[in-house]
Design a protein around this ligand. Sequence first.
Ligand SMILES: NC(=O)c1ccc[n+]([C@@H]2O[C@H](COP(=O)([O-])OP(=O)(O)OC[C@H]3O[C@@H](n4cnc5c(N)ncnc54)[C@H](O)[C@@H]3O)[C@@H](O)[C@H]2O)c1
Ligand SMILES: O=P(O)(O)OC[C@H](O)CO
Length: 323
Amino acid sequence: MRIGVIGGGAWGTALAQVAARGGEVLLWAREEEVVAAINDRHENSMFLPGVPLSPAIRATGALDDLADRDALLVVAPAQHVGAVLNLLPSKDTPLVLCAKGIEAGSRRLVGEVAQAAHPGAPIAVLSGPTFAHEVAVGLPTAVTLACADSALQVRLAERLASPTFRPYASSDVIGAEIGGAVKNVLAIACGVVEGAGLGQNARAALIARGFAEMTRFGLARGARAETLAGLSGLGDLVLTCSSTSSRNFSLGVGLGQGRSATDLLADRRTVAEGAFTAPVLAEAAAEAGVDMPITDAVCHLLQGAPASEVISSLLARPRRDEA
Ligand SMILES: NC(=O)c1ccc[n+]([C@@H]2O[C@H](COP(=O)([O-])OP(=O)(O)OC[C@H]3O[C@@H](n4cnc5c(N)ncnc54)[C@H](O)[C@@H]3O)[C@@H](O)[C@H]2O)c1
Ligand SMILES: O=P(O)(O)OC[C@H](O)CO
């Protein structure tokens, strides 16, 4: 299986490294400097500095070069997936979606965006607790690889698996997507807890109540509960709510310390998907009649409300049943 990767950020590069264990890989990057650095020095100094890359990875700046690929890992940020897929010449190549987010405006999951751009292409979702720098250096990692076509799921898993990269099979594409999109918003909230110095109890409470939010929203959108409780849901939620290696968590830390979202997001080269997903997730939840108070709180913080005020109103909500 000839693998192509769309997106030369940290995660696209790490996934190219994973795929290069099983054969040559072609990676499309938007930035000329990234293409040159990968081809000349086997390093992505812009987005994944300090990690020596496999010589089996070639980079290109031309999407047309991906025409001969048997499968494409789509790793552009969620807000740009539609635009990039619309520029791809081949429209029926299997797409493995690796971005985590919901498209602003349309409120579509990345899978729905991909299906609209390439109606004939089989779709899979790869998601889970996966910091790119750990995956790229070969630290043990497990992911959900979801696809409605079980034969394609097996082929993709065989091509990508290695002793340190372990895909688990699922047919719940929507569930795998929702876990990854929602956990980014909750990771911002957990960062706020850290930044405001609210303590470990509060963080554990936020993870548990955040998971309840993720589950309510996921079930309303047709996800399966066991997928949300798996690697792509709870697994990734725990990872990103525990470490400043998470861009979303770090953004939350800054908000909790009283800095403004505008300042924190200005001039950022890397993506904190939760900042884009939060408002559209809140809209989608309201439309579906799903209560998501932590998501709403993150939206208020991103709009500039003071952290102390937002935290107080979250804690002052009427008590309710846990279930
Ligand atoms: N970094 C990780 O550890 C990690 C792990 C799992 C999933 N993800 C997800 O992967 C996706 C990509 O994140 P990343 O960490 O690789 O990115 P990154 O933050 O390392 O780099 C930013 C990326 O955005 C791209 N970009 C910026 N503007 C663009 C535009 N207009 N059109 C197309 N692309 C544009 C850049 O070319 C670059 O590839 C996100 O959805 C993220 O949530 C990241
Ligand atoms: O750095 P973050 O917050 O985008 O998280 C990266 C991955 O999604 C972790 O699984």
